[in-house]
Design a binder for this molecule. Structure first.
Ligand SMILES: *Cc1c(COP(=O)(O)O)cnc(C)c1O
Length: 395
């Protein structure tokens, strides 16, 4: 399928101008081994069948599509939610880590190493490792281990070892470097489990394929609800871009308009420039000296200064567009969905919803159908939202 949209990348791991494998020589063999293993496994019926079984019996797939009747009426559109909040652990992240853990086992590896910022990917990786009886080491910036102490405890409950990183800015990007170093040293026994459609080839491709289930399920479910038609709009939030990539993969060959919504303070497509970071060429937020700028948003899951390379490609060719949502409208959207539909969303997909609310009746015409991927549930965010709301509006 090389060349077709959201098929395989080219042999160099490129999506158009983006992607590739910008890594030190020492990492090339590990990336090549992984690429060969995934190519072989993904073509294998039994591997896919086992993944499907685990995601069904353990993960709760397929997740439903819910039509939001009350909110739809209020907005004058038809709003459908793909309910990844109902998957085990409360987000789409499980799809990726279960797939990578099965792949690691197939490669004869007994340990997962991961990096995490807010802790959500670390918790997901620890979950998959526990399920398959694997060891798990999670690198986390020292500052993040303090900010996200509860997630550190969750990972430890799940049997993982959390390794605080004290170098550099002591946050996510330093944790990534440490995880890569660990992987090179322990590659015989260890698989590096990346959490989004990021990093050197083959990761952006692997993670998108593992999240494709979201879009493929949603496409069939939408056709049942929309008399055989596809939604006019398909919208998802973008941190690194994995839930959006998985969603878009199910609709890229339809007439649906595809929209990825970033946090205004973490907008690689809105304010970024092309560059190379973490093994790939993509868009990223840099300062004038070419240093990576820290992303800032109320949503830790969208605080990544880059975006997956395939999104940079989809934007460049005009097949998808990327928009931003700001903190205040996100808080409004968070409350509105809770109140009108009885669904408390994670702050990340509340960005996508904020954009839909803003555009309904203008760019999104009355009566249009919108599929929005609700990538996760809001339980993790309610304490933070309570604090933000009690501070009141900025004076
Ligand atoms: C991690 C996370 C995201 C951001 O990651 P993507 O790779 O962009 O999907 C979005 N939503 C939720 C609920 C998350 O946990």
């Amino acid at each position: 399928m090389s060349g077709s949209l959201m098929g395989s990348p080219d042999p160099g791991g490129r999506f158009g101008d983006f992607g590739g494998r910008f890594v030190p020589e020492s990492l090339v063999p590990a990336c090549q081994e992984l690429e060969a293993a995934f190519t072989e496994a993904w073509a294998h019926r039994a591997f896919r069948a086992e993944l499907r079984e685990v995601l069904h019996h353990y993960g709760g797939r397929p997740t439903p599509v819910t039509e939001c009747h009350r909110l739809s009426e209020q907005l004058g559109i038809r709003l459908l939610l793909k309910r990844e909040d109902l998957a085990h652990t409360g987000s789409h992240k499980l799809n990726n880590v279960i797939g990578q853990a099965l792949l690691a086992r197939r490669m004869g590896k007994s340990r997962l190493v991961a990096e995490t910022g807010a802790g959500q990917h670390g918790v997901a990786a620890a979950t998959a490792a526990a399920l398959f009886g694997m060891e798990c080491v999670v690198f986390m910036g020292e500052i993040d281990t303090v900010r996200q102490a509860l997630n550190v405890f969750r990972m430890e409950l799940l049997g993982a070892r959390v390794q605080p990183v004290a170098s550099g800015s002591r946050t996510l990007k330093d944790a990534v470097n440490e995880a890569l170093r660990y992987w090179v040293a322990e590659v015989d026994t260890t698989h590096y489990c990346i959490g989004s459609v990021m990093g050197p080839h083959p990761y952006p491709w692997i993670v998108r394929e593992l999240q494709r289930v979201v879009g493929e399920e949603a496409r069939g479910q939408c056709r049942e609800l929309l008399d055989g038609g596809d939604p006019d709009w398909v919208v998802a939030c973008v941190g690194g871009g994995s839930n959006a990539a998985g969603t878009f993969a199910g609709f890229v060959d339809t007439d649906s308009a595809l929209v990825g919504v970033e946090a205004a303070g973490g907008s690689a497509m809105g304010h970024g420039v092309p560059g190379v970071v973490h093994g790939m060429k993509s868009y990223l937020m840099q300062d004038e000296a070419g240093q990576i700028r820290e992303a800032e948003s109320i949503s830790a899951g969208l605080d990544y200064p880059g975006i997956g390379p395939e999104h940079a490609h989809l934007a460049t060719i005009g097949r998808a567009r990327y928009a931003q949502a700001g903190d205040d409208e996100v808080l409004e959207a968070f409350q509105l969905l809770s109140r009108t539909e009885g669904i408390i969303p994670a702050l990340e997909p509340a960005h996508a919803l904020a954009w839909v609310i803003r555009q309904a009746g203008t760019e999104i015409p009355r009566g249009a159908s919108v599929l929005l991927t609700l990538s996760g549930r809001g339980d993790k965010d309610v304490a933070q939202v309570r604090d933000l709301l009690s501070q009141g509006p900025p004076s």
